[in-house]
Design a binder for this molecule. Sequence first.
Ligand code: ACO
Length: 321
Amino acid sequence: MYSKITGTGSYLPDRILTNAELESMVDTSDEWIRSRTGIEKRHIAADDQTTCDLAEKAALSAIKAAGINASDIDLIIIATTTPDLVFPSTACLIQERLDIHGCPCFDVQAVCTGFIYAMSIAEKFISSNSSTCALVIGAETLSRIINWKDRNTSVLFGDGAGAVILQASETQGILSSHLHADGQYANLLNVPAGISSNHEMIKADKAFITMQGNEVFKVAVNTLGRIVDETLTANSIKKEEIDWLVPHQANMRIISATAKKLDMSMERVIVTVDQHGNTSAASVPLALDVAVRDGRIKVGDTILLEAFGGGFTWGSVLLRY
Ligand code: ACO
């Protein structure tokens, strides 16, 4: 059995934080942020809004687009680095919100590559006849782990959620998925605290993203180039057969480098990073939903999804929409 996306959805919180506002918070400028990253603004969850709240709105939108009932869903996977609770998983919280009970639900933690991991896992559930209708979500409230006084990170990230319904199909949808990780780079991008280590940083409200941006940038560009080659080779397809690239929305310069590797004009690359910054696991499904809803991505198009993030983790999904 194949897996096909039958509906997409996304949600961005109402509160917008512009580059101009950031100028009054840290030593930065709109010009620096735009030229180095392409980001114009980011959305920030309200104080009482959680990752589950954002995920729920994206999920309801994807369910509606797919024309299914929530009761049809028999698997829920949420990719998130910023879950509501240590446990239960945010996927269990969503299941309760949707008032469906009994199906497997779990969170996936692969930072910015989380949604690619989650899609790949859902596809394997469907191809092994363990599920027929999966709700796959990427959702983050990264604003909760940002040091708003650190200009190296505060200008880059934002909150949001994206979701897809992935259903069993007799025609091909997902053509292949490719997942990787290399823990030797953990120190280049991390939040150096958790439940079982450096817990005092959490208690002191000092558990924030730290990053060596330059190094991350170099590895990201090289690695994404390799995952493109791996995906094309695995499917014996040529670069020009890909209709749309839906990349992780981290940085315009990283996105352009991947497009160049594919000899792809930027008209065929879905870019939303300018509108919401890096939303980690939410970024790929957010961009996908925008392009489906504005009519660029059409049924039958061949689409390459790719992402790179903390871990490092990286991966791709090639699919026929
Ligand atoms: N505003 C103004 N100036 C700044 C800022 C800022 N927000 N941040 C750094 N600078 C300064 C630096 O201090 C430095 O000044 P100096 O030349 O006087 O020393 C100068 O700008 C250049 O700094 P670099 O770090 O070399 O800037 P770079 O061109 O590498 O851009 C950036 C930085 C945007 C972080 C880039 O390295 C990047 O995008 N890296 C990838 C990071 C990323 O996307 N991480 C997310 C997770 S992984 C992923 O999703 C791919």
